[in-house]
Design a protein around this ligand. Structure first.
Ligand code: COA
Length: 147
């Protein structure tokens, strides 16, 4: 595989990002949701680019010493190549610079791939939210990593 570059997400990237979002989630974010994240001073948004093509992205919100993973996906054709790992490594560097200490996320209980990814980074399960997800209804597992 050619080199994957992790860089800031720009407005022009959003149509490609939304295509991956729709392939990845049953209740995908709209273009407007991504637009508001890229302009929020409390957000870190990154894309993974391979040979000029967007293959993944991540959005994180941070306030004071706490941050929250809002969205993370990799195009189905490029999964299991380490791209989500690169995206998370990159945002974590930024979060540490911002002074974040506690990184939280929610994940569908049945999302084995994502849970394994987060466990590999050292996230621990700290709780659940009953019926948090819709389409289909499912509990969320809350995970936390001390940065
Ligand atoms: C979860 C997701 C982002 C992982 O992206 P990825 O680029 O394939 O992940 P990586 O290649 O960096 O994998 C890193 C680790 O995650 C785990 N992992 C990733 N995919 C996995 C799978 N299908 N099965 C089991 N473990 C998996 C492994 O521990 C892997 O490490 P390894 O390669 O040494 O085994 C991707 O599957 C995806 O986009 N899924 C749909 C959207 C989604 O669920 N997002 C998360 C919402 S909370």
């Amino acid at each position: 595989m050619n080199t994957v570059y992790i860089r800031e997400m720009y407005s022009d990237d959003i149509p490609d990002v939304v295509k991956i979002e729709r392939l990845s989630f049953t209740t995908p974010w709209s273009e407007t949701s991504f637009q508001s994240e890229i302009y929020s001073k409390h957000s870190i948004t990154r894309v993974a680019e391979l040979s000029g093509v967007i293959v993944g992205y991540v959005c994180v919100k941070h306030i004071a010493d706490e941050c929250h993973l809002l969205d993370l996906a990799v195009h189905p054709d490029y999964r299991k190549c380490g791209i989500a790992t690169m995206l998370l490594d990159n945002v974590m560097q930024g979060l540490r610079i911002e002074g974040c200490r506690f990184f939280y996320l929610e994940v569908r209980a049945s999302n084995y791939a994502a849970r394994k990814l987060y466990e590999k980074f050292g996230f621990n399960m700290v709780g659940t939210r009953k019926g948090y997800y819709v389409n289909p209804t499912e509990d969320a597992v809350i995970m936390m990593l001390e940065l």
